[in-house]
Every structure is written in structure tokens, then in C-alpha cells.
Design a binder for this molecule. Structure first.
Ligand SMILES: *Cc1c(COP(=O)(O)O)cnc(C)c1O
Length: 336
């Protein structure tokens, strides 16, 4: 199967599996797992924070971030299409009693700081207290500019807000922005990063922030059942993902660009190739045959996510030849 549904489908490499077999482990709830501790120290240093926490998923990292920054009756500002608003089961509200205040994202994925300003609640007994702005980079495959992120930091300083980044695909953003990740992370109080997407780890994310923030997050992680015991087995693979994953992401971006150009040549699909910035490609089906296309592709051993738009994601386990096979199969579908 060639799987374009998501970059979460990547399988651990042989090197990762070997590292998992020989990982030194301990009980991480006691803070005794040397492989987890070493991953967290390495990650904190690499991303420019005091501390880091290894979590079961990106969803868990975002939940811990929002709950560590905000209390019951507080609110966080986020994009209407933010993952931590739309796709995380409303966790911050359900488990943290933290109200989201979504704001329509701009076409480039940013949140207008003017709209954010208007959404901040006055200090009044009627209102929730606005504590946090949460951004996402990349968002729908689009990259927030360094300049925008600098402005967002200044905005939060001016209005006494904390700033969180859902950086599930932070390294894709850094590759596209042609900068070190720290040029992005320096603007944030906290950042979450997925190791289990394009970086290739089988499981796990990281949450980064100050020492006090990570201490609060560690308590909350235990509370939501995320205290994993001999987690070094997972951290061993995660370490390789974090160290070696970033350097090959440009290939995923090149393959996505190549795929976009190919799809643009198929008249039944609607796509703006310039909107493909990293490893995610969206194409609209003119005659709404996305489900039929998906079923046809399954017969050719190719998997896609059939919404409208259709989403194609490039990653570690698809190469240029696989993209060509996908394009050929789509052309055949429209001929049949
Ligand atoms: C995938 C993703 C997450 C959540 O990660 P999981 O590990 O799947 O829980 C959070 N934010 C964004 C932007 C994502 O793409």
C-alpha cells in the first residue's frame, strides 16, 4: 500500500527498531528512565527551552499546555481551524474547564491580531479571563511567517497573554522558513511537537516550556493517565526521529510540490500549486467524485483521504516513484 492519508502512517526505521530493542529503561513515573530523561534534555536544548516532557500524543501535549497555562474559567484564543479546537475532542473545555475563543483564520493560516485584540475579554465578572493565544505552525500545511510570529509575541506581551504554539509540524515550518527551529520557538512560552508524523517516530510528542510550566504539565499528564512506565522503549525511537528526521523533510516538500504540479495538469481537479508550501496538498474534485476516486485508488493499493478538498500528505514512506504511481492512477480513473 502507498499511503497518502497522513504523515502519521510512517513506520519506524530499522535503526529505530534496533534502538528500541537495546534501550536502557526505568520507571518514568519515578523519573527513572534514562532514555526518556536524555530525550527530554536533548529536546529542551535543541528547541531552546528550560524543560521538555515526552507525551503520548500531540493531543495530550496541547491539552497539558492549555491546562498548565490556564485555570478553570479562563479562556484561550485560537484559530477556528486550530487542531486544538477542532480535532482534540474539546479536551481543554471538557477536562480543563478552559473555554476556547475561536477566531476565523486568515487565508495564510495566521490569526489577525486585530481580531484577537477584539476577542480579549475585559476584566468584568460576566466574562471568562483571556489568558492565552494558541497558534499553529504549520497549519493546513501553511507556514506562519517569522515576522508574524514576532508580532504575535509583542502582541501577547502588550496584552499580558501567554503564547503557545501547536508545532505538530514545527520542523516542516523551519525547513520552509529556511531557519533553525529556535528562530520560531524563541517567540513562544510553550511549544508542542509531534515526533510521530514526518519525523518518523512510532509514538510520541514533546511539550516544551519553562521548568515550572513543565512541572505543572507533568502532574497533569499523570492525572490524564499519561504517566508511562518503561517509556524509554518509545523515547529511543523518538530520539532518532528528533535528531535525524528534520534533515530529510525537504524531500517531502519537494514531492508535495511535484505532486501539486502533476495534479494541476488534471482538468477534473482544481488546485493552486502555489498553496502547497510543505508536505500537504489539497485538491478539489470538480464533479465531487472524491469517494469514487478513493475507492478506485484502493484497488490500485493507494490510500488517500477523500474529503472535498482531497488531502494528500507526503512523508518518509512515499517516494517520487510512488507520487508518479498516484498521478498515473488518478489520470486512469478520469479516463475510465
Ligand atoms: C497531528 C496533530 C496534532 C495531534 O497529534 P496526535 O499525536 O495525532 O494527537 C496536533 N496538532 C496538529 C496541528 C496536528 O497536525
Amino acid at each position: 500500500m502507498i499511503d497518502f492519508r497522513s504523515d502519521t502512517v510512517t513506520r519506524p526505521t530499522a535503526e529505530m527498531r534496533e534502538a528500541m530493542v537495546s534501550a536502557e529503561v526505568g520507571d518514568d513515573v519515578y523519573g527513572d528512565d534514562p532514555t526518556v530523561n536524555s530525550l527530554q534534555a536533548f529536546a529542551a536544548d535543541r528547541l531552546g527551552f528550560e524543560s521538555a516532557l515526552f507525551t503520548a500524543s500531540g493531543t495530550q501535549a496541547n491539552l497539558l499546555a492549555i491546562m498548565s497555562h490556564c485555570g478553570r474559567g479562563d479562556e484561550y484564543l485560537c484559530g477556528q481551524s486550530a487542531h486544538n479546537y477542532r480535532y482534540e475532542g474539546g479536551g481543554a473545555a471538557v477536562l480543563g474547564s478552559v473555554q476556547p475563543q475561536p477566531i476565523e483564520n486568515e487565508p495564510d493560516g495566521s490569526i489577525s491580531l486585530k481580531k484577537a485584540r477584539a476577542a480579549i475579554k475585559a476584566d468584568d465578572i460576566h466574562f471568562a479571563s483571556t489568558r492565552l493565544l494558541s497558534l499553529e505552525n504549520t497549519i493546513g500545511g501553511k507556514v506562519l511567517s517569522l515576522d508574524y510570529q514576532r508580532q504575535a509575541r509583542a502582541f501577547c506581551d502588550d496584552h499580558n497573554l501567554l503564547l503557545h504554539l501547536d508545532g505538530a509540524r514545527l520542523f516542516n515550518a523551519a525547513v520552509k522558513s529556511n531557519c533553525d527551529v529556535t528562530e520560531i520557538t524563541q517567540h513562544y512560552d510553550s511549544v508542542s511537537v509531534c515526533l510521530s508524523k514526518g519525523l518518523g517516530a512510532p509514538v510520541g510528542s514533546l511539550l516544551l516550556g519553562s521548568k515550572a510550566f513543565i512541572e505543572r504539565a507533568t502532574r497533569l499528564r499523570k492525572m490524564v493517565g499519561g504517566g508511562m512506565r518503561q517509556a524509554g522503549i518509545l523515547a529511543a525511537a523518538a530520539r532518532i526521529a528528533l535528531e535525524k528526521g528534520p534533515q530529510r523533510l525537504f524531500e517531502d516538500h519537494e514531492n508535495a510540490e511535484y505532486l501539486s504540479a502533476g495534479l494541476a495538469g488534471i482538468p477534473q481537479l482544481e488546485i493552486t500549486p502555489a498553496s502547497t508550501q510543505t508536505n500537504i496538498v489539497y485538491a478539489r474534485c470538480r464533479f465531487d467524485r472524491a469517494a469514487q476516486l478513493r475507492d478506485y485508488l484502493v484497488e490500485q493499493n493507494i490510500l488517500i483521504t477523500a474529503g472535498n478538498p482531497i488531502r494528500f500528505v507526503t512523508h518518509l514512506d512515499v517516494n517520487r516513484q510512488d507520487v508518479d504511481r498516484l498521478l498515473d492512477a488518478i489520470r486512469r480513473f478520469y479516463l475510465s
